[in-house]
Design a protein around this ligand. Structure first.
Ligand SMILES: [Zn+2]
Length: 75
């Protein structure tokens, strides 16, 4: 049972959150977690989700719950 979160006023699933961060649908996702950081743009709460954009890649993505800010752990 995926744990949904509210992002920018919308309830999102882990898959939808990963899609918002990646810009396109991803193959697989883990559960959404609280990231231990604040948004650098607005100071809002940041949430994290691990996902696989392809079979060979695993990425942790970050998204502010209040604004458009997003990031991932790619070098
Ligand atoms: Zn923000």
């Amino acid at each position: 049972m995926p744990e949904n979160r509210v992002v920018q006023g919308r309830m999102v699933t882990p898959g939808k959150l990963a899609e918002m961060i990646e810009g396109e649908p991803v193959m697989d996702t883990e559960a959404i977690e609280d990231a231990d950081r604040d948004c650098p743009d607005c100071g809002g709460d940041v949430i994290a989700v691990g996902y696989m954009p392809s079979v060979t890649e695993f990425v942790t993505g970050y998204k502010c719950q209040e604004c458009d800010w997003k990031d991932d752990d790619r070098e």
